[in-house]
Design a protein around this ligand. Structure first.
Ligand code: HGY
Ligand code: MN
Ligand code: MN
Length: 411
């Protein structure tokens, strides 16, 4: 199992080389380096006797047939896009582990088909909207999304066509009734498993999230000649609000509130900032707590702007409710962890995942691997060989003991 675990880690580092930057790991939706990842994973799938394709949302999908025809289908995988200056394991590890586990079957067949999916877009970096790939599987890529533009003015639709797949085929990307469930293996991306000293976690629910872009507008002016009392400084106003975001985040247990991006439009050292775009990301396991925090933060943005003579524009980019994982599927995963000699830790995921999108259509469950130091969305993101071994052992037990008919009755 150690060799298989090392192979998984090595494969993640190989995939990390497909990047938009020579200095770090950055791979956004359907960017050029995605082709290299698809070729690497596609060749691996072919060696495993799998048929693979890239669907109209840009997801790479390969099927490992079961021991019959017309079988139910379990979906397994994660995303291969990254944040800028990312680590090597967020998302990618979930795809690679699926292929390493199929390799371990050495041609033996399961009682169901196993579809491995590398989602093309989970982070939401290029278009500001996350989960385009997994939304393709539930038929949720609508005109509004297709017409969303990136910073270069390219629409999602054009990005899909440029990549070489056809938007007209989106319907063929949607799951059919054979899909029995979705399982995602993913790094925890936080400190919880490290703090309790355990390798593997079972996700009970994924926190809900709200993502906004706020634009503060004042008036640009000469930094040398404009007296302080006559300024409408958009960045000073945004900075005051960013302090309010941090205070709100500290105000409620389990709440996180983040301004991850701030951009001064036409900024320069000697110009009073006239326009500033800032992002807002608010999350909590309870939707009511998240809604209250968002309400507080948007009204404080308007109050600060009014007091400073600024304008403020608020655009909701994405919102999703807290999502419970499927108890039956999670129980199979938990049993597999115990049966292979580890103690599982049940937890809520603060990070969003494709599982929260798939859960709208099929039973979904997640297995977490410990994130050493709780670090993620950073080049120091890592995994421990022993935890990858544990995940492979539990995953093989899970796949071999899963009863595909146990999910016939919708919950
Ligand atoms: O932002 C998130 O929660 C995830 O890493 N995409
Ligand atoms: Mn991520
Ligand atoms: Mn991820």
């Amino acid at each position: 199992m150690t060799l298989r675990a090392q192979r998984a880690i090595d494969a993640c580092w190989t995939i990390a080389r497909f990047s938009e930057s020579s200095d770090n790991i950055t791979r956004t939706y359907l960017s050029q380096p995605t082709h290299g990842v698809h070729e690497f994973l596609g060749a691996w799938m072919e060696r495993l006797g799998m048929e693979w394709r890239v669907d109209a949302a840009g997801n790479l999908r390969g099927v490992y047939r079961g021991d019959g025809v017309g079988l139910r289908r379990l979906l397994i995988g994660s995303h291969i896009d990254t944040v800028p200056n990312a680590g090597a394991f967020d998302g990618v590890l979930g795809v690679v582990l699926a292929l390493v586990m199929i390799e371990a079957f050495e041609g033996r067949r399961l009682s169901y088909d196993l579809e491995v999916i590398a989602f093309s877009e989970e982070e939401g970096v290029r278009f500001g909207v996350p989960f385009i790939g997994s939304r393709g599987l539930i038929g949720d890529v609508d005109e509004a999304l297709l017409n969303t533009e990136d910073r270069a003015g390219i629409t999602v639709k054009e990005a899909i066509e440029h990549y070489g797949v056809a938007v007209s085929e989106l319907a063929a990307a949607v799951l059919d009734a054979s899909a029995l469930g979705f399982v995602e293996f993913h790094i925890e991306q936080g400190p919880v498993l490290g703090d309790v000293g355990l390798s593997l976690g079972i996700v009970e629910a994924i926190a809900g999230q709200s993502r906004y872009e706020l634009t503060f507008r004042g008036s640009a002016n000469h930094a040398g000649t404009t007296p302080m009392r006559r300024r409408r400084d958009a960045l000073a106003g945004a900075a005051e609000w960013i302090g309010a975001v941090e205070r709100e985040g500290h105000s409620t247990l389990g709440l996180v509130a983040t301004v991850g991006r701030a951009e001064v439009v036409s900024g320069a050292t000697n110009v009073v900032p006239g326009e500033v775009r800032v992002s807002l990301d608010v999350r909590h396991g309870w939707d009511s707590a998240r809604a209250l925090a968002v309400e507080n933060l948007l009204s404080s943005a308007h109050a600060i702007a009014a007091r400073r003579g600024l304008g403020v524009e608020v655009v909701l980019q994405f919102e999703d409710a807290a999502t419970a994982m499927d108890g039956r599927l999670a129980a199979y995963l938990e049993t597999a962890i115990v049966a292979t000699g580890r103690r599982p830790h049940r937890m809520v995921s603060g990070a969003g995942h494709d599982a929260m999108v798939l859960a709208k259509r099929v039973p979904a469950a997640m297995l977490f691997l410990r994130s050493p130091g709780g670090v993620s969305h950073h080049p120091d993101e890592a995994v421990l060989l022993e935890d990858v071994e544990a995940a492979i052992a539990a995953g093989l037990y899970f796949l071999q003991h899963l009863d595909p008919n146990a999910f016939d009755t919708p919950v």
